[in-house]
Design a protein around this ligand. Sequence first.
Ligand code: IPM
Ligand code: MN
Length: 356
Amino acid sequence: MKLKIAVLAGDGIGPEVIRETLKVSNAIAEKFNHEISWNHALTGAAAIDKYGDPYPPNTHKTCINSDAVLFGAIGLPKFDNDPSAKIRPEEGLLRMRKKLGLYANVRPTFTFPSLIDNSPLKRDRIKGTDLVFLRELTGGIYFGEKGRKENGNVAFDTCIYSRNEITRLAKMGFEIAMKRSNKLCCVDKANVMESSRLWRETVQSLEKNYPKVNVSYELVDAVAMRLIQWPNSYDVLITENLFGDILTDEASVISGSMGLMPSASIGDGIALYEPIHGSFPQATNKNIANPIATILSAAMMFEMSFSLKEESDLIRKAVNISLEKGIVTEDISSIRKPFKTSEVGDFLVNQILISN
Ligand code: IPM
Ligand code: MN
C-alpha cells in the first residue's frame, strides 16, 4: 500500500519523538511491503521563526494533500513567559484543528500490566483501566470570543457551542460506546454553565437513537475526583474542549506517565495523530524523552486511517515487549541508567523486523 503522510514535528521534544516514530513506521513498511512518503512541514515556533506564522499556508497544503498527519508537540517557554506575545506556537495547532475540521479527539487511557506500579495510584484501583475520552476539539472556550476591555484591566473568554457541534461529537461517542461496553458518560457543568445545559439536552435527545447505550450525566468536578478514585467505573466519556484537555492530562497519571498516551484527532476528512503530552522543553535535544506516546499514535494511524490492523498490533506488541524488558526512558525506568529515546526506537525497530 502507498501511504502519504504529512509530518509536523513541531517544537521541543517533538522532532526527537517523531524521529523514533518514523524509524518504527519505516520498519513496519519494510515488514509489510508498504511504501510511505513522509512530507515534512513546519509548525509552531519553528514556523514562526521562518514564516512569522505557526501554521503557514504551505503547511496546510501539505496536510490536505496527504492521507494522514503525524504531529509531534508544540509550544516553547519563551512564548508562555511573555503574555504580550503577538503570535503563539499553540495558535498553529488550534488553527490546524479548525481548518482540517478535526472536531473529535480520541484519547484512550489504559494501563500496561508491566507498568502498573509506576503510577502513584494504588494498583487495585487502576488495574485493568481501559477507557476512552472523546474530547470536542474545535469549539468551546478555545475558539469563543476573547479579549480585553477597560484599558486591558478586564479579560474574557467565551465558551460557546452549537447544537450541531455537540451532536456530531456525541454521535461519535455513542458509536464508540456501542463497539465497547455500551456505557457513555457525558461530562459537563450543567449546574452552572448554559453551554453545558445545551450539551446535556442535546445528548439526552440522542439517547432514543441508541437504546442499547446506557448514558450517565456527571459534573466535571465530580468526574475529576472519581476518575482517579475509581477509573474502572468509566468506559467512554464525552466532553467539551477544555474539560477534555484537563481530564486527559489527569487520566494519564493512571498509565504511569504522560509520555505513554496517544491520541487521534478526527473529523469528516483527514485525521491527525499526536501524543497527548506537550513539548517538554527542558528535555529538548537530550535524547531522554519517551517516544512511546507518539509511536502508539502512529499505531492508531495505521489502524484508523489505513485499516492496517496487523501493522498497528505489531507496533503495540513491540511496545509491550520493551516495557516488559525495561527498555524504557527515564520517566518510567526503575534502573539507574535508563535507556535513551533513540535506544527505545532502535529496540522497537529490531523487534518489528525479527517478529514472525
Ligand atoms: C493538547 C495541548 C493543547 C491543547 C495546547 C498545546 C494548545 O495541551 O493537545 O492537549 O490545549 O489542546
Ligand atoms: Mn493538553
